[in-house]
Design a protein around this ligand. Sequence first.
Ligand SMILES: Cc1ncc(COP(=O)(O)O)c(C=O)c1O
Length: 463
Amino acid sequence: MLHDKDSVGKRLDDDIFASLDASVRLPKYKMPEQEHNPRVIHRLVADELLLDGNSRQNLATFCQTWLEPEVLDLMTLTVDKNLVDKDEYPQTAEIEKRCVHILADLWNSPDSANATGTSTTGSSEAAMLGGMALLWNWRARQKAQGKSIEKPNLVTGPVQVCWHKFCRYWGVELREIPMENDRYIMNADEVIKRCDENTIGVVPTLGVTFTGQFEPVKEVSDALDKLEGDAGLNIPIHVDGASGGFLAPFLQPELVWDFRLPRVKSINASGHKFGLAPLGVGWILWHNAEDLPEDLVFRVNYLGGDMVDFALNFSRPGSQVVAQYYNFLRLGKEGYRRIHSTCRDIALYLADGIGDFGPFEIIYDGSDGIPALSWKLKEGVEHTFNLYDFADRLKTRGWQVPAYALPPNREDLVIQRILVRHGFSRDMADLLLDDCKRALNHLNSHPVTTSLTEEEGSGFKHG
Ligand SMILES: Cc1ncc(COP(=O)(O)O)c(C=O)c1O
């Protein structure tokens, strides 16, 4: 418990660390009875956070860890504005709409000025909304044909956990295509094998979480066109563009993956990943207004005005959306292209450096998907350590470079991955390579007697 002496509040000039409030442990289970000096409490809480990792050295996360000061300022201006309160804060609402239109244009929507979409808290909420629209539309199609709505299924490649959640929450069978040998993503044949009249949709991922690769949306869409011609099954696509939705338009504009394909009915992306916005914003857009079932749209009147709402969340600060709009204007297409291609060049540079060390084989080098790289230990060679040991050594210098086993059917394979994000400079890449060398030297001169296991090694989430 903090001290609850009456005198505490009066001794405002005390040195923070010599003060009574700082002389005891912070309460962990019960709220203190009295108020305390804000200056002291702020310092103590801020100091607890010193024990967190350094986010810029967290090479596991896809999310933004570097923000311009102007972004922080705009966020302060909007942190108290509730995004859902569109009547009270019409300009914040207008900015959200503009972002939807800008994204619709980037994703080649046929009618971007009238696009249907919304911001969300991230790709997980967006995926949930996209999945629900697929499910509702499938039910309507089945009912119209007098068919059962008992057994919906969703076909995906190796997906992020949000799709596992969607399927479990909504009673949908997940037909997740397993990895096979050196194939770490879906292909058209594997998709078609799993489709039937109960398939609510197919979800290719543009930037697979485990390796960084883009799944072949057009190839899958063409195969589904053929399936429709052959068997009369009309199966829609939702693209999980959590990362790729903000990369492909700038790095690979010729890649056809978006609303240019009529079968792509919806797309989600994380503003807070390669959208370069601060944590807490994602997006979902539909091809046409009719792809979002009316039934999922709510109208509320109790915040003033008649407001349309289609999200899982309700109240949320406007800050992240405003910051997203700032980035669109501040960077323009040229800025996004330059930032992402710099990250891609650094990923390629790191892949070269890590490949040259000897024990590692690069699986993905960042050239045609996410600016990221992943590698495994070379097969058929004796190693004195495993990738969990290597990750552990890198942590001693603050680098978080996760090692993890792949999902089915390659659980036997442990890989390591680095995400190169805005704010990771070429100089930092050289510092990291030096530290990799140092870690390898250490592991060679102090052979590991008992290697770390997956549980001991990382405790890491893909996000
Ligand atoms: C492909 C993919 N989809 C969805 C998500 C979930 O995104 P968010 O963290 O924005 O909810 C991630 C997160 O890494 C992802 O990589």
